[in-house]
Design a protein around this ligand. Sequence first.
Ligand SMILES: Nc1ncnc2c1ncn2[C@@H]1O[C@H](COP(=O)(O)OP(=O)(O)OP(=O)(O)O)[C@@H](O)[C@H]1O
Length: 219
Amino acid sequence: MILILSEVTKSYPTPEGRVEILRGINLAVRAGESVALTGESGSGKSTLLHLIGGLDRPDAGEIVMNGKYVSALGDDGRASYRRTDVGLVFQQFNLIPSLNVAANISFHAKLAGRFDKGWEDEITDRLGLRPLLNRYPEQLSGGQQQRVAIGRTLAARPPLVLADEPTGNLDEATGDAVMELMLSLARSAAATLLFVTHSTRLASRLDRKVILHGGRIGE
Ligand SMILES: Nc1ncnc2c1ncn2[C@@H]1O[C@H](COP(=O)(O)OP(=O)(O)OP(=O)(O)O)[C@@H](O)[C@H]1O
């Protein structure tokens, strides 16, 4: 197992008091597996992805990724974990506006010390980004920006890719095409994939589907 969550809990303070969102999450994911994470709006999918991605810390419980106790890491440890162990693809693309597409794609790979020209060329071609390499993010459509964001994440060859509705704001045909590319590239990179989606159609393309409900995970 590359990723193991045991009894992970998370609550948020609200004006009405603390609200418990995750009430004891248990999940084990095998290396190379692709898992669809579904659940109704507000069930805590993004919260869970943030915890696994080292962007936030659980109240209690353990998250072990690639042998690292993520839930026990301090700020520096989590920053290094985010550079080398996980790749995030969110709906907001967070491309760097001052860098062109080529530089955006290599940015994380260089930070992670995993820049590989051959792999980057393959990603660029398979995502259809070669004609856009000299453009800046503001000169791209939403779908093109999303492909750059996916390319940037996969170029760094993270062992775990966390995707939060990455195709949610694309039309269905474009969303499907981008999803296919992401799946196929993740497989080429032997990456493990945890993919939040509302779409049962997209979820059925992955190895396994889990549902977040009432703060717990069911299959
Ligand atoms: N920083 C925060 N402070 C307080 N409450 C929060 C915070 N972040 C999220 N929440 C609450 O936690 C719950 C879970 O939110 P989360 O974004 O994880 O759900 P989700 O399943 O990803 O939803 P969606 O499918 O709508 O994106 C929601 O009720 C939300 O209002």
